[in-house]
Design a protein around this ligand. Structure first.
Ligand code: ADP
Ligand code: MG
Length: 431
């Protein structure tokens, strides 16, 4: 994994298991072969299909049974049931229903008519499952994503993963049903109506195209496809030439009033791979902030975004390692509300006849970039950081540094294959 080599986010004490600490448990004290109201409660409520299918979303259910006939039940199990009764059913009422959550014990009314009303009764006492600090990771967009949050709920993770899937489905040029694929299919044929979100992203990328003097170009896809990463095939000169006219963002026509995008030349196609991760990080942070979460870290395949103050931790810091020296950390930072994106060819590349080819292409020559081992960009906006890391890989050290040094609040560290490290003006090197 690129990020495991390059970026180490030290997140102390942040990994706390979910689903164990504060899960509410609904205990039903019952006498299954002698207590008639218990049998009725079981039949009418506990075995009701609505109840069975939805109760697990809210609580763990345990029927603590005290039958007259105890044959077949182990001594230790009987003892366990006794101790539960000692804790929650001292008076020996049957049936008795209690909801136990953390230190709170609430008796639930079981004199209800339907499974639905019983569930409503239970739900009003279930405190949303708060977690102090938590971590989850998954494979998304072909990369390893991990999410860390403070004082959030399990649902916050689900919402975040759903959001990442939603973004991928909308902007991936590898998914036939995405809006970007629809634009690509209609190249040279017709303008395609897109959502405001996709339009805003394309406009953002167009601005970056001009800021980077064409080094950043999302119409790069035809130039990517001629380099066969898997088979290790290098394109012929004639193929390079023929493809060149398909890569030019100036041939992308947008109409913001009608919200349409049109690729003028047949065979053109867009690819937002250079900002997908940064954009996901930004959207997850926005979503979490809307849900009242004050701090978290999103690691989108090595592109990090941190916001708010670290929870339960003295420090969350970013360390940039020297890829050529195993244990050398060349830069550390304890900042928050910052994003860090890295593009590098030493982890994602292919090799033909011992020559390494990057997956970042110079739009002017359609050649994979050479010479840069890794480019790390710091910015407050994760999309900008992600895009600039790609752009700087194309621009090279001198032009790249010039660009970064003109931009307010953006810093970069560039490591060349020679082992030389360049820092932008505002980066303080580690001692
Ligand atoms: P990573 O995916 O390793 O984080 P990047 O963020 O730099 O790397 O994105 C690389 C991707 O960007 C490529 O896989 C390709 O889809 C796209 N791309 C390649 N060259 C360019 C370019 N010059 N401008 C914009 N996008 C590019
Ligand atoms: Mg990028």
């Amino acid at each position: 994994m690129r990020n495991s080599i390059l970026i180490i986010a030290f997140l102390f004490n942040i990994i706390v298991g979910l689903g164990q600490s504060n899960q509410p448990v609904l205990y039903v004290f019952s006498g299954s072969d002698w207590c008639i109201p218990c049998m009725e409660f079981k039949k009418d409520i506990l075995e009701d299909s609505v109840f069975v299918s939805t109760v697990g979303d809210h609580v763990l259910l345990e029927v603590v049974d005290f039958p007259q006939k105890t044959r077949g039940i182990s001594k230790s199990e009987l003892a366990r049931r006794d101790s539960l009764a000692a804790l929650y059913n001292e008076e020996g009422a049957f049936p008795k229903v209690v909801l136990v959550q953390g230190t709170s014990v609430i008796r639930i009314n079981h004199h209800v008519k339907s499974a639905n009303t019983f569930l409503e009764e239970v739900k009003q006492f279930v405190i949303p499952h708060e977690v102090k600090a938590a971590f989850q990771s998954k494979l998304k967009m072909g990369s390893h994503f991990s999410l860390h949050l403070c004082n959030g709920k399990e649902e916050d993770f689900k919402a975040a993963w759903d959001e990442i899937d939603r973004i991928e489905n909308s902007i991936s040029s590898w998914k036939d049903s995405s809006e970007i694929s629809s634009i690509n299919r209609n190249a040279g044929f017709a303008p395609v109506k897109v959502s405001k979100e996709v339009m805003d992203l394309i406009v953002y990328c167009m601005n970056l195209h001009s800021v980077t003097q064409g080094a950043f170009d999302i119409s790069i896809k035809p130039g990517l496809k001629i380099w066969d990463w898997k088979k290790g095939i290098v394109p012929s000169d004639s193929l390079l030439k023929a493809t060149q006219r398909l890569v030019n963002l100036n041939n992308v026509v947008i109409n913001e009033d009608s919200s349409t995008v049109y690729l003028k030349v047949k065979g053109m196609s867009l690819d937002l791979g250079s900002i997908g991760k940064g954009y996901s990080a930004m959207k997850v942070a926005e979503l979490w902030k809307d849900r009242g979460i004050e701090s978290g870290v999103i690691n989108a395949g090595g592109d990090l975004y941190m916001f708010g103050e670290a929870c339960d931790i003295d420090l969350w810091s970013i360390g940039i390692k020297n890829p050529f020296k195993d244990n050398e950390v060349i830069f550390t930072s304890n900042q928050t509300n910052v994003s860090v994106a890295t593009s590098g060819d030493y982890e994602r590349y292919f090799e033909v006849d011992s020559v390494r080819y990057s997956h970042i292409i110079d739009p002017k020559t359609l050649q994979p970039v050479k010479g840069m081992a890794s480019v790390t960009v710091f910015a407050s906006n994760p999309v900008l950081a992600d895009a600039l890391a790609t752009a700087l890989s194309v621009l090279g050290v001198e032009a790249g540094k010039d660009l970064i040094n003109q931009m307010e609040g953006v810093e970069a560290i560039i490591i060349q294959h020679s082992g030389k490290v360049y820092y932008s003006k505002g980066v303080k090197q580690s001692e």
